[in-house]
Design a protein around this ligand. Structure first.
Ligand code: CA
Length: 242
């Protein structure tokens, strides 16, 4: 397993260097960016495991970095660094898909704890960080969905699910047999208040289908209901009694 790689987007040189040094000591691979534009480019190209994102940045503000990253379909976990008095930005950051935030000044051990916690509950993780308790394993005709490990095995071939893919799938399965609208998925999975494009949902559904479906042109599990949304149609083989 490769070590988690963290991208630190922070314009303040001392803080940036300090964070890099500390996170490397913690065993993470670390890359840095000094402004929002460079940060967004690295975030998209290098696909880090997690991003530590300052809000007040030159070139492109932190919230804009996050917005563009999510709009492009990247589910990379993001921890926001906000200054005191930026509460509104912080809330907006969480609404547009940040995973957690820290208010400056913070201690390095606080940051480390947040990073570990976010990595524990998100997708790409080291095996020793992998246990999330309580999530079931569901079996369908040719599928095994494991929400603890965020994996799906189709005809025995295992695929890793991204966090968003797993959450979409969980919502569709929870409402099995019902039509779930794109707006519902956006609201519940992404938590958007001001809805951006529903294409984000379609892109994630397309990726999810590549993992779930034998024939992506003729899906049998996640079915499109034209003009309305998506529906999970398969019946589980074993269900925990309710
Ligand atoms: Ca700053």
């Amino acid at each position: 397993m490769t070590e988690p790689r963290i991208l630190v987007i922070e314009d303040e040189p001392d803080l940036r260097a300090g964070l890099q040094h500390n996170l490397e000591l913690e065993g993470f691979g670390v890359d840095t960016a000094a402004d929002g534009k460079q940060g967004l480019r690295k975030a998209m190209q290098d696909k880090p495991t997690l991003i530590v994102l300052d809000l007040m940045l030159p070139q492109l503000p932190g919230l804009e970095v996050l917005k563009q990253l999510r709009a492009a379909g990247h589910a990379t976990p993001v921890i926001i660094l906000s200054a005191k008095g930026q509460d509104r930005d912080k809330v907006q950051g969480l609404e547009i898909g940040a995973d957690d935030y820290l208010t400056k000044p913070f201690t390095l051990s606080e940051l480390n704890a947040r990073i570990r916690a976010v990595l524990r509950r998100t997708t790409v993780r080291r095996p020793e960080l992998a246990s999330t308790e309580g999530a079931p394993v569901l079996k369908f005709e040719n599928l095994v969905v494991d929400f603890r490990r965020f994996t799906v095995a189709r005809d025995g071939e295992e695929h890793q699910l991204s966090r968003y893919e797993a959450e979409i799938l969980r919502m569709l399965i929870d409402r099995r047999g019902e039509v779930v609208s794109r707006q519902d998925l956006l609201r519940k999975v992404w938590g958007y208040v001001h809805l951006p494009t529903t294409r984000t949902v379609d892109n994630h559904i397309a990726r999810l289908r590549k993992k779930l479906e034998r024939d992506i042109d003729h899906p049998v599990h996640v079915v499109t209901v034209h003009g309305l949304g998506y529906c999970f149609e398969s019946r589980p083989l074993e269900e925990t009694p309710t």
